[in-house]
Design a protein around this ligand. Structure first.
Ligand SMILES: Cc1cc2nc3c(=O)[nH]c(=O)nc-3n(C[C@H](O)[C@H](O)[C@H](O)COP(=O)(O)OP(=O)(O)OC[C@H]3O[C@@H](n4cnc5c(N)ncnc54)[C@H](O)[C@@H]3O)c2cc1C
Length: 477
């Protein structure tokens, strides 16, 4: 193995920081570290700096969601007096959509000026010891680098179920967003989590047939009242749900379609089958710890996730972990980026601030968008008991849907407060257009100590959906 020749910067290590994984979190940490004058190596098999491209992955999703909204707008435009002659015959040009997103992604991928100060290694990193990392470059060459600090930010990979035909006939979200040909025919999305529901929503919004299969409840862990609205809306648009079902096998039929056999828990585990043209697995993701030879350093683990403390330190000195590979952290792009940035600040500028993992706002790009910040009703009840919380709620009719009345039955908002002096707000939830954009502002407010009294004392912005929160006087029993 060749040892790389670089000038020594600190102690006896070639680098101040070696990042294994240059995705969302790893790259954010590397960028902040070089900005603060550290000497940084970043190892990633994807084009040297994958963070920009994983960010672009989220861009794919948002643009596809936007394509769905536009399709709906074309239909709705007629209500506003537009003459849309062929609205009924509208169809999506999948290849055009993918190529437009690809072109836009090139713009997202424009290099950050700080990138040139990072030493990139296009390959896979694995531990030799707590200060040394072996790099297997894409061209199969091997190198060894040493670092004073090592960061693990290798994220997770999609999981395939261990059933016959799952690998041969199924794809994952990683492949879905760049499918070369349109997903015509019938698609089965298996999972029921965020990724599954978003892909199902996109397929439906682009006029493709889709069924969701989930082993238990859909969007488990989210506020179930809100989830029911999201599901009702999707069902009303034509998405089929097979709940409490799990696949047993997939096989190819003579006409090259897929026969999916599954057990239906709602019918005494009866075996049933259906025919599809495509199966998308969205049943979860898992860190590949063996690939980074984690046993060479042996940090404390929780299943396949690395346990870290509030400083993102693993149980091995000088080895840190951030992002999806860590245990008990929200698996979100912005969380990984913020954690990486703050870690670099603590390591190289003496800053002390740690990451606040509480009250991170989320949004789901289902056809009826859902966004929230803070506790779900279930969590609030568990922590403070029903008598310890006060809930305000109500349906609202977005003005932008007033002429079409489309999906207005499911536009709903809810505020959960603690029964205390001033009623501090524990959680806010909304389904409806631009839900995430609305929640961004309220998440700042909640993180700054928003109370029910302050919310109701705020004058809303006229003719917006967000203003309904300031007039949500109706209490839930
Ligand atoms: C389909 C999908 C949609 C999502 N949508 C959203 C969203 O809308 N909003 C949101 O906030 N989050 C979203 N996420 C989650 C978000 O992408 C992750 O939480 C975030 O990217 C985690 O960052 P990370 O740095 O831990 O891992 P990643 O960004 O996944 O980066 C890990 C990097 O490590 C590299 N790597 C792996 N093994 C090695 C190795 N041995 N050596 C070197 N490098 C290695 C990989 O190539 C990769 O570049 C989505 C995720 C998926 C799968």
């Amino acid at each position: 193995m060749k040892k790389i020749e670089v000038e020594k910067h600190d102690n006896n290590y070639e680098f101040d920081l070696v990042c294994i994984g240059g995705g969302s979190g790893g790259l954010a940490c590397a960028l902040k570290a070089v900005e603060l004058g550290a000497k940084v190596a970043c190892i990633d098999p994807q084009r040297g700096a994958a963070g920009i491209y994983t960010n672009a992955g989220i861009t794919y999703k948002k643009q596809m969601h936007q394509a769905c909204l536009l399709g709906k707008d074309i239909r709705h435009a007629a209500y506003y007096g537009w003459n849309i002659c062929s609205a009924r015959k509208r169809s999506i040009n999948w290849r055009k959509l993918i190529s437009s997103i690809e072109n836009a992604t090139e713009d997202v991928a424009k290099e950050d000026d700080r990138m040139k100060y990072i030493k990139f290694f296009n390959g896979f990193g694995s531990f030799v010891d707590a200060h040394s990392v072996k790099i297997k470059l894409i061209n199969n060459e091997e190198l060894l680098v040493t670092g004073k600090h090592i960061l693990v930010a290798t994220g997770t990979q999609p999981v395939y179920p261990k059933i016959p035909g799952s690998l041969e006939y199924g794809i994952t979200s990683d492949e879905f967003f760049s499918l070369p040909s349109p997903p015509t025919g019938k698609t089965l999305c298996v999972g029921g989590g965020v990724v599954c529901m978003e892909i199902a929503g996109i397929l439906n919004g682009l006029n493709f047939n889709v069924t969701v299969m989930a082993r238990s409840e859909v969007l488990r862990g989210f506020d179930q009242e809100m989830v029911k609205l999201v599901m009702k809306d999707m069902t009303s648009r034509g998405v089929a749900f097979l709940q409490h079902c799990f696949p047993k096998s997939i096989a190819l039929t003579r006409c090259k379609r897929l026969i999916v056999t599954y057990n239906n828990n709602q019918k005494n585990n009866a075996e049933e089958f259906r025919i599809f043209d495509r199966v998308i697995w969205a049943i979860g993701r898992r860190a590949l710890l063996d690939d980074i030879n984690i046993s060479a350093i042996n940090p404390a683990l929780n299943d396949s996730e690395i346990i870290v403390n509030e400083y993102e330190e693993t149980t091995v000195p000088n080895v840190y972990a951030i992002g999806d590979i860590t245990s008990g952290r929200p698996k979100l792009f912005s969380v990984a980026v913020a954690a990486g940035d703050l870690l670099a600040q603590r390591l190289f500028s003496g800053a002390g601030r740690t990451m606040n993992y509480e009250n991170v706002a989320r949004r789901i790009f289902t056809p009826l968008e859902y966004s929230f910040v803070g506790l779900t009703e279930e969590e609030a009840e568990e922590r403070f008991d029903r008598s310890g919380i006060q809930i305000h709620h109500g349906y609202y009719e977005p003005l932008e849907l007033a002429l079409t009345h489309h999906c207005t039955n499911f536009c709903y908002m809810k505020v959960i407060a603690k029964c205390d002096e001033h009623y501090p707000i524990l959680g806010m939830h909304i389904t409806g257009p631009n839900a995430g954009e609305i929640m961004q502002g309220f998440s700042v407010a909640i993180n700054s100590g928003l109370t029910l009294h302050k919310l109701f004392a705020t004058v809303g912005v006229c003719a917006t959906n967000a203003q309904n929160f300031t007039q949500l006087f109706n209490k839930k029993n």
